[in-house]
Design a protein around this ligand. Structure first.
Ligand code: TMP
Length: 210
């Protein structure tokens, strides 16, 4: 059985992840590629409970370290129960956010040490890394304007503009450090152009599969 491919979708708030996730799912289905769509934090019953704890704007103050460990606890469950089984059955996994979000939010936004994140990444994931990451990038004000329209803010969305500037910078640094894996998609343009860039970035993986 040929192992499936692991694709992740990343970006700050309001960059259009949800719309493009559906677009990618349909694109893969069109090429007869079996795909499991999932998300982080979340993807299993326990990991979804952890997600609720992380996003609850009314929770007690969560320390940066507790936040980081909760993110990786959820990820550990997700990998064991969803991601690895699907990949080894030859299915592709399309995941809304993964560890690049940890480098961006906990590393960039919360200023946690990168070496600590790397350590947890190796511990929890072993050698598992995405085959392709699509990073939707847009200026912070544009994303925040879109996110505001969605209604009440969760614990992350309620953060400051400066937090999201750090998140964006950390995402762009990740892209610079991993140019083979992370494809930068300019999200601040008409949707058809965004989706053309997405297809260009995915073509190589998909062609090799068909
Ligand atoms: P979203 O997937 O609906 O955008 O919300 C998930 C939130 O969780 C988002 O604000 C980013 C945050 N997050 C982290 O802080 N670290 C992580 O590792 C992941 C996967 C998400």
């Amino acid at each position: 059985m040929i192992r499936g491919k692991f694709i992740t979708l990343e970006g700050g708030e309001g960059v259009g992840k949800t719309t493009n996730l559906t677009f990618i799912k349909d694109y893969l289905a069109h090429h007869n590629i079996p795909v499991v769509v999932t998300r982080e934090p979340g993807g299993t019953a326990l990991a979804e409970k952890i997600r609720l704890l992380l996003l609850d704007p009314h929770s007690e103050t969560i320390s940066e370290q507790a936040e980081l460990l909760l993110v990786f606890a959820a990820r550990s469950q997700h990998i064991k129960h969803v991601i690895e089984p699907a990949l080894s059955q030859g299915k592709w996994v399309l995941c809304d956010r993964f560890t690049d979000a940890t480098y961006a939010y906990q590393g960039g936004g919360r200023n946690m040490r990168i070496s600590t994140i790397e350590h947890l990444e190796n511990l929890v994931q072993g050698s598992l890394r995405p085959d392709l990451t699509l990073l939707l990038d847009a200026p912070v004000e544009v994303g925040m304007r879109r996110a505001k329209k969605r209604g009440a803010f969760d614990r992350f969305e309620a953060e400051t503009i400066s937090f999201f500037e750090h998140v964006r910078r950390a995402y762009l640094l990740q892209a610079e450090l991993n140019p083979q894996r992370i494809k930068l998609i300019r999200a601040n343009q008409p949707l058809t152009d965004v989706q053309r860039e997405i297809i260009d970035a995915m073509r190589f993986l998909v062609r090799n599969q068909c």
